[in-house]
Ligand binder design. Structure first.
Ligand SMILES: C[S@@+](CC[C@H](N)C(=O)[O-])C[C@H]1O[C@@H](n2cnc3c(N)ncnc32)[C@H](O)[C@@H]1O
Length: 640
């Protein structure tokens, strides 16, 4: 019976495989440092094959390079033996939610997600450290051996020294940042669907380098746009040379450039009624024609701000004025005749604000005319003040520096995601993206799912967050999702179907392997420790730890529903709809295996896994494979 391969994919091996398909003659064999034979590429032969198209040595070429690039690529390709351990008590609706909160270094988390989420993520939004000269950047230790990695506790924050401040005085200031981003983007690309899109927030410090890096990672032809985000609507003295009030969101698609969807609410399509001057001051607006941007209700006639006066009460229902009404406007506006012509052309009017009753005309675009403008619409996407307000509303204090407003990732989601899509943010900070996913689902009835990744970066002991009991940024992120989820549900309690809104999340923590080191290096087992191979699972690991280890290694969706059943007194886990069944009990005997095999054959189960040391004896272990072959041949059987 095969053991599960307990490490993340080795991308170098996979690349050799792909090269072998194209150039089988260039594949040869060589020995590694321990004398094991492995496949390799005969580079001299490959060069001959491509000789007319090679750039070599000192020849000039166009590319982005920095010291450390090669090492960081190696880092992306090197497998790790870590795992994800569930934290039930920190999760919400653990067994049923489809959302994930992964705590740990995102390089490791991205590797652990490779098998289960390869080509499955529709949208990635990230807001990485901008390299402002003050950021803490997670230094990947390229020199670490696998043995060292295995010995690690997995509590990365306790190591402390790997999270270092990247100061401008650092001679490798840009290189260190690029080396941090490069392997992460390479791994992130693998997770995107073919029609997937990545959006990356960034500012002037690294935008030029990031664009070049993304050209390389995603392909220049897949560049979509560099959106501009107005980060403050009231610019004070931010920059040395200018009052910088904008940042960027650069975007690329995974493969062929895709067309993003614009929003009907995007007011950049609105135009003022004063454009075609006619000395009219009062307009009669037909019922059901004027759209509003505020709540349903009755609004009394009278004077409002900026020179607008309602001459009749208006009744607003479902976002439209339901009665015919007159509005008087101080400026000269369209004639009534012009308005009637515009109605015929498909233009409609919008009352934007209940305080001013300012009236605008809005062109209705044909569906294919609707694409987002590269200047993010500032009446949909908020600024930093709004972002701080959101945190303040939830926590009554400012717990997190520089969050994004949830309206930013939410707007980006409207441009490319729908119903069941997966949205990933692997620099999730205060979990703004998770907040946005839940909010958008509440608004449009979607079932989008999120995966957040966040390092348990310690908060400053002097900070508000620390004083309020949040010792890591991950603690802030998780609590934000709990609070935001409750709030969104409460605010939408009248809405049909709101009870189905998924405000839960499953917390999984990056940790060392569930297996003792001996498992990975059987040839190094000494006589004294030989008996240890009987059970190579670490003592502190629970059956649920093992279950998630198996999901990671077998590439099974980590957010599938899980239930347990007692079968002949043994606990059996059922994941998804036949995706995986697991039993990590002791004393597994033939009767139990037969009962289980019959049941799994009836239920169309794909995979089953046992604990290797759980079988009563070696014969039963061998027979198990035979029993399944006879009674449930479609089920793949493995052990850990
Ligand atoms: C600019 S913040 C993101 C803010 C987020 N958009 C929000 O609105 O709250 C970047 C976050 O990435 C986290 N981070 C940095 N390096 C990381 C790594 N290697 N793995 C996971 N998270 C990391 C930092 O702790 C920080 O919280």
């Amino acid at each position: 019976m095969d053991r599960l391969d307990l490490q993340t994919p080795d991308f170098t091996e996979e690349h050799i495989h792909k090269l072998a398909e194209l150039f089988p003659n260039c594949v040869t064999e060589t020995a590694d440092e321990k004398g094991h034979i492995k496949k390799a590429i005969d580079f001299d032969l490959l060069k001959q094959e491509l000789s007319a198209y090679l750039v070599e040595g000192p020849k000039e070429r166009y590319r982005l390079d920095w010291p450390g690039k090669r090492a960081s690529l190696l880092k992306a390709n090197t497998p790790i033996t870590k795992t994800l351990r569930p934290a039930r008590e920190e999760s919400v609706n653990f067994d049923t939610t489809q959302n994930l909160y992964i705590e740990g270094d995102n390089l490791e988390a991205l590797k652990l997600l490779q098998e289960a989420y390869l080509g499955k993520v529709k949208m990635i939004y990230i807001d990485p450290p901008y390299n402002t000269g003050k950021d803490f950047v997670y230094k990947d230790n390229f020199a670490r051996s696998r043995e060292e990695e295995l010995m690690e506790s997995g509590q990365v924050d306790e190591e402390g020294n790997r999270l270092v401040q990247n100061l401008e005085s650092n001679g490798r200031f840009h290189s260190d940042w690029l080396s941090m981003m490069y392997p992460r983007l390479r791994l992130a690309r693998n997770l995107l669907r073919d029609d997937g899109v990545i959006f990356i927030s960034i500012d002037d410090n690294e935008v030029h380098n990031l664009r070049k890096m993304c050209d390389e990672v995603f392909g220049e032809g897949n560049y979509i746009a560099e959106f501009i985000w107005e980060k403050t609507f009231r610019p004070s003295n931010f920059g040395k040379t200018t009052r910088k009030n904008t940042e960027y969101v650069i975007s690329y698609s995974k493969s062929n450039p895709i067309e993003l969807k614009g929003s009907l609410e995007d007011s950049k399509g609105d135009f003022s009624l004063t454009k075609k001057l006619h000395n009219t001051h009062t307009l009669k607006c037909p019922s059901n024609y004027v759209h509003v941007n505020f709540q349903d209700g009755i609004y009394k006639k009278g004077k409002y701000g900026d020179g607008y006066e309602l001459l009749d009460d208006i009744y607003v229902k479902n976002g439209k004025v339901k009665n015919e009404f007159r509005i008087k406007i101080k400026q000269s506006i369209w004639s009534q005749k012009h308005l009637n012509n515009e109605i015929d052309r498909g233009v409609y009017l919008v009352l934007k604000n209940e305080k001013t009753m300012a009236l605008y005309a809005r062109k209705v675009y044909k569906k294919n005319e609707l694409k987002p403008t590269t200047l993010l619409p500032n009446d949909i996407v908020g600024d930093v003040l709004e972002a701080n307000k959101e945190i303040n509303n939830l926590f009554k204090t400012n717990l997190f520096d520089y969050p994004k407003p949830s309206s930013l990732p939410k707007y980006l989601m409207t441009t490319c995601t729908e119903d069941e899509d997966i949205i990933l943010d692997f620099f999730s900070g205060s979990a703004t993206t998770a907040h946005a996913v839940m909010q958008l689902n509440a608004e449009d009835g979607g079932n989008r799912r999120f995966i957040m990744v966040q390092l348990p970066e310690p908060t400053d002991p002097k900070s508000e967050a620390y004083k309020a009991g949040y010792t890591t940024i991950a603690d802030i992120g998780k609590e934000r999702i709990r609070r935001a989820g409750k709030k969104i549900k409460e605010e939408n309690k009248e809405k049909e179907g709101i009870e189905k809104l998924d405000i839960g999340f499953r917390v999984l923590k990056v940790d060392s392997s569930n297996m003792k080191e001996i498992y990975f290096t059987p040839d190094e087992v000494s006589k004294e420790s030989l008996f240890e191979t009987v059970d190579h699972i670490k003592e502190d690991r629970t059956p649920e730890d093992l279950l998630f280890g198996v999901l990671v290694d077998w590439g099974v969706d980590l957010s599938l529903p899980i239930r347990t059943e007692e079968i002949e007194g043994k606990t059996v886990y059922f994941v998804g709809h036949g995706d995986l069944v697991a039993c990590f009990e002791e004393d597994i005997d033939e009767n139990f295996v037969k009962t289980l095999a019959k049941k799994l054959a009836d239920e169309d189960v794909l995979r089953v896994v046992f604990k290797e040391s759980g079988f009563e004896d070696d014969n039963i272990k061998i027979n198990t494979e035979q029993i399944f072959k006879q009674l449930a041949p479609a089920v793949e059987v493995r052990v850990v």
